[in-house]
Structures are given as structure tokens and as C-alpha cells.
Ligand binder design. Structure first.
Ligand code: PTJ
Length: 257
């Protein structure tokens, strides 16, 4: 009988070893109460799009990562963390927040105080000092938003100009924009509502994006305010999404010939 794969018995030579390790990690994170069952489904959806990208970061997305990193360095920003982003990248989130002087706030769609506390512990284990979004005393609502994502921290997202919302479902970006926030996202699906509504959409896998943003933050740390502004100025998200859609379509056509 076939033994089920765990992170301890994935053969190194398996062609999809890395992807299987990430799956095993997410399965553990589900058992440990970090990610919800819906998060596992979201991951599967992401994997399908990542297949089309060939599981590498396209040049087009590298450019968007550059712009997004400049925007974080330039602004009063927050990284919004959910179950999936914590399970995949807790350590990188803390590193990026430190390098870009961004706050960290937990915001869950499938609300659970227990899960939020576990995510906070995980982030703190990786060095996060302040984690916002937990203390009900400081919570306020995004005007008009009905879903559980409506709760934001008065000291975090409410106060900040730029909100980084990696790997998220659709409705919040639209309402953050109504609050005049600049929204950055990472989503493997270029057709999602979050992708379409954000100011800067990085179409790539979060596990590749965050290390690249960390690298670029270090490279850009000496740039002046006006240099950073120049990087952001000419960026056009709609054009960038069109380019990535064309890139994905071409990949599929090339693979079929
Ligand atoms: O922890 P919670 O309760 O806040 O819930 C988090 C999830 C992700 C379950 C919730 O936000 C959700 O249901 O999201 P969706 O609607 O499934 O959207 C998630 C998006 O992320 C989809 O467009 C996926 O393609 C994309 N995605 C999944 N994995 C990755 C990804 N994008 C980048 N990197 C990934 N690793």
C-alpha cells in the first residue's frame, strides 16, 4: 500500500519535491490551527495558476515587485496577514516588515480568535514585535464592507497609506480604495477581483515574491525619496496585468505546439 507523503518522506529526486513540501507544510499548518480548510482550497487554486507560470517568476512580475518594494519603502505601510500568508511565509513577512518599516496586522476572512492568536504567536516567534488586529479595543470598521474583513486596527491599517494584502479574496480591496488607501497585492490569479482592483498586482507565488522583495529592499535602501518616486511614477497596473495575461496565454500556446 502507498504511504501518504509527509514532509519527512518526500523523496529529494521527486520532480515536484518543492511543491509537495509546501503542501505538507500547509497540511501541518491546518493541523496546528494556522490556516483554515478554505485556505487549503485557495492554495490548490494558486498551484494551478503557478503551473502556467512554470513555477518561476516572470520578468514582468519582477518589474512589479520592484515597484511594490519602492512603494513600501516610501510610505507609511502595513502588511496584512491571513492564515495562508502566515503558514507559507511568516519569517519573510517579519523580515520585510522590518526592512520597509511596515506594520503587521492580522486580518482574517474566516474569523477565529484562536487562529488569530496562533498566527500572532507564529509571527512573534519569528521576531515580530507589534502585531495589530487582535485587541478589540482598537478595532474599527471599513465603511460599507459587509464581510469579516471589515475589522481593521486604528493603529494599523486605519492609519496607514499603503496596505499590502498578499493572497486574499475579493471584496476588501475595493473598500480600502474608497478609503483612499494604496493597495498592493500578490495573487497568482491575474483575473481575481483583488488583482483587478489593486494599485500594484504582483502575479506570482508569494513564496518567491517575499524573498525577492527582501532582496530588493536591501538593494534599494540607499535610494532617495525622489528616486523611489521615479520608480513608482510610470507604473500602470492595468497594462502590467495585460502583459502577464498575454505571457500566460503564450505559455499555454507554446506548450501545446
Ligand atoms: O485565513 P483567512 O480566513 O483570512 O482566509 C484566507 C483565504 C486565502 C482562505 C481567503 O482569503 C480566500 O478564500 O481567498 P480566495 O478567494 O481563495 O483567494 C486567494 C487567492 O490567492 C486566489 O486567487 C489564489 O489563486 C491565490 N493564491 C493561492 N495561493 C497563492 C496565491 N497567490 C500567490 N501565492 C500563493 N502561494
Amino acid at each position: 500500500m502507498l504511504k501518504s507523503l509527509t514532509r519527512h518522506n518526500i523523496p529529494k529526486e521527486h520532480p515536484r519535491a518543492n511543491s509537495l513540501k509546501i503542501r505538507a507544510n500547509l497540511s501541518d499548518s491546518f493541523d496546528n490551527g494556522i490556516i483554515s480548510q478554505f485556505g487549503l482550497i485557495a492554495h490548490g487554486r494558486g498551484e494551478a495558476f503557478d503551473y502556467i507560470l512554470g513555477e518561476t517568476t516572470p520578468k514582468i512580475s519582477l518589474k512589479t515587485i520592484h515597484v511594490a518594494t519602492a512603494q513600501l519603502l516610501l510610505s507609511n505601510s502595513v502588511i496584512s496577514v491571513n492564515g495562508n500568508s502566515a503558514a507559507l511565509c511568516a519569517k519573510s513577512i517579519v523580515q520585510l516588515a522590518n526592512l520597509t518599516n511596515s506594520k503587521i496586522e492580522i486580518n482574517l476572512f474566516h474569523k477565529s480568535k484562536t487562529r488569530a492568536n496562533k498566527i500572532s504567536q507564529l509571527l512573534k516567534k519569528h521576531g515580530a514585535k507589534d502585531v495589530y488586529g487582535l485587541n478589540t479595543k482598537y478595532l474599527t470598521k471599513i465603511p460599507g464592507l459587509k464581510s469579516n474583513r471589515k475589522y481593521i486596527d486604528k493603529r494599523g491599517i486605519f492609519l496607514s497609506d499603503v496596505i499590502f494584502v498578499p493572497l486574499e479574496d475579493g471584496d476588501r480591496t475595493e473598500f480600502l480604495k474608497k478609503m483612499n488607501k494604496t493597495v498592493i497585492t500578490v495573487d497568482l490569479n491575474p483575473l481575481s477581483r483583488t488583482s483587478a482592483m489593486s494599485d500594484i498586482t504582483i502575479v506570482d507565488n508569494l513564496v518567491r515574491v517575499l524573498p525577492e522583495m527582501i532582496k530588493q529592499s536591501r538593494n534599494m535602501s540607499n535610494l532617495s525619496k525622489s528616486d523611489l518616486q521615479k520608480i513608482i511614477k510610470k507604473f500602470n497596473n492595468k497594462k502590467q496585468l495585460n502583459l502577464i495575461l498575454k505571457y500566460m496565454s503564450k505559455r499555454l500556446i507554446d506548450l501545446s505546439t
